[in-house]
Design a binder for this molecule. Structure first.
Ligand code: 5AD
Ligand code: SF4
Length: 437
């Protein structure tokens, strides 16, 4: 029996899919190369923007047709999208071919859902709310990579940024006990993993719910001494990310000087309307301190254009921050109405054409900045963790700052750290030559 998982959305979702893969493989399935070869297909969904949801509905349509020809095929649809009651109901009614509908808090029951679906032909829906749910440890995880691994440290979000649906579909913040995180990282290092990313909607909130003084800085310090490896984390919240944490990063051996700090908007008025709890000045001071203490740091961000009420002047504030910070990378989005959030009810929604036009201008500026940042790397010698062959028979790998580097070399270097002299750059990656060759 073969299975295939299609994943939309963030790293958290990608990692959830690794957990689902582990659970499914324990039931005797193996991964199919192609969805057409699979006996079980999962759509692990995202609902952060309308576009993501539309794509999934299209895919369910395609798979439903496939099932008419392939009767024994089991189709499961789940994750953030189906965690919304109305969406789950819509899929349940509209697509009878879907066998399993599961929520974000029901991954651990997937094995029994699968058994029930195989035993009888009835559609099953398992969507729980998060209250009172315990974090289950010791779930099997089938990781997609041999070098890089994700480790969950905190689930859910308490922030309720006014545009965001995440708190509604992922529930309240719940930190994972430090001993389990340490154990998982130790095991990963024993298995040869070299690059570990700690995951959470807001990693800076880590430990607050324990109310015993545990916090993110303490976690980083404990993980830092476990070996020689690269330790990263995402995402941070500019309200909670402070100078003390930057100092902890500086004093650490393994924490990469790579910081993902979502800006969302550069306008104080819009930041307030978004319920983000900082100001443009606070954000700029923070990034200035990052560069002062960690001069080689790479900073990336998330930005939304066209939030309700955003004027040209507000948008100029966003461009101003982009200009001043000089992000290495930015994930940019046009505001998308999410039913149930506070911003969905705001009256001054921005016309699509204006969102699009602002997005284009932002993209142009950011591309210019990315190129500037990458060009600054030319002439430097950087340590690269080699991931294998990429395009045009070049080896590819990443710097500690997570920049992609392409260079000629032997396949044997895969999984190793090598020093590479940077000779050229474009907007998205660097090119170089291995030192000593
Ligand atoms: N519209 C557009 N972008 C959004 N994001 C979250 N909600 C929305 C929305 N309603 C973006 C934010 C967040 C990233 C993961 O997705 O920038 O940081
Ligand atoms: Fe959404 Fe804000 Fe939580 Fe990020 S911090 S998941 S943007 S509510």
């Amino acid at each position: 029996m073969k299975y295939f998982i299609e994943v939309w959305g963030c790293q958290m979702n990608e990692h959830d899919a690794e957990t689902l893969s582990g659970i499914i493989e324990e039931r005797g399935y193996s991964k199919a190369e192609n969805y057409l070869d699979a006996d079980l297909i999962l759509l692990h969904t995202c609902c952060i923007r309308a576009k993501a949801e539309d794509k999934v509905i299209g895919r369910i349509g395609v798979l439903s047709k496939l099932k008419k020809k392939k009767k024994h095929l089991i189709i499961a649809v789940g994750g953030c999208m189906t965690q919304q009651e109305d969406v789950a109901r819509y899929i349940e009614k509209r697509f009878k071919e879907v066998d399993i509908i599961y929520g974000t808090h029901n991954l651990n029951e997937f094995a029994s859902l699968l058994e029930s679906a195989k035993a009888d032909q009835k559609q099953i829906k398992a969507v729980s709310d998060s209250e009172g749910m315990d974090i289950r440890e010791y779930v099997p995880i089938k990781r997609n990579d041999k070098l890089k691994a994700y480790v969950n440290i905190i689930y859910g979000c308490n922030n309720f940024c006014s545009y965001c649906i995440v708190p509604y579909v992922r529930g309240r913040e719940k930190s994972r006990e430090i001993k389990y995180i340490i154990q998982e990282v130790k095991e990963l290092l024993d298995q040869g993993f070299k690059d570990i990313t700690l995951l959470g909607q807001n990693v800076n909130s880590y430990g607050k719910d324990f109310k015993d003084g545990t916090n993110f800085a303490k976690l980083l310090k404990e993980l830092d001494v476990l070996g020689d490896y690269r330790l990263r984390f995402m995402s941070s919240h500019p309200r909670d990310f402070d100078e003390a944490l930057i100092d902890v990063i500086k004093d650490s051996k393994n924490v990469c000087h790579q910081i993902h700090l979502p800006l969302q908007s550069g306008s104080d008025k819009i930041i307030k309307e978004m319920n983000r709890g900082y100001t443009k000045k606070h954000y700029l001071d923070l990034t200035e301190y990052i560069y002062k203490v960690l001069p080689e740091a790479t900073i990336s961000t998330d930005i939304i254009v066209g939030f309700p009420g955003e004027t040209e002047e507000d948008f100029q504030d966003t461009l101003d921050v982009v200009e001043k910070v000089g992000y290495d990378q930015a994930y940019m989005f046009q505001y998308s109405i999410r039913e149930g959030t506070r911003a969905a009810k705001m009256t001054e929604q921005i016309p699509e054409a204006i969102k699009k036009e602002r997005f284009q201008r932002l993209l142009e500026l950011q591309n210019k900045k990315s190129l500037e940042r990458n060009n600054k790397m030319i002439g430097k010698i950087v340590e690269v963790l080699v991931e294998g062959f990429g395009e045009r028979n070049n080896l590819t790998g990443r710097t500690s700052g997570n920049k992609v580097v392409n260079f000629k070399g032997d396949k044997k270097l895969t999984g190793k750290l090598v020093w590479v002299g940077i000779t050229d750059a474009n907007t998205w990656s660097l090119f170089g030559k291995v030192k000593g060759e």
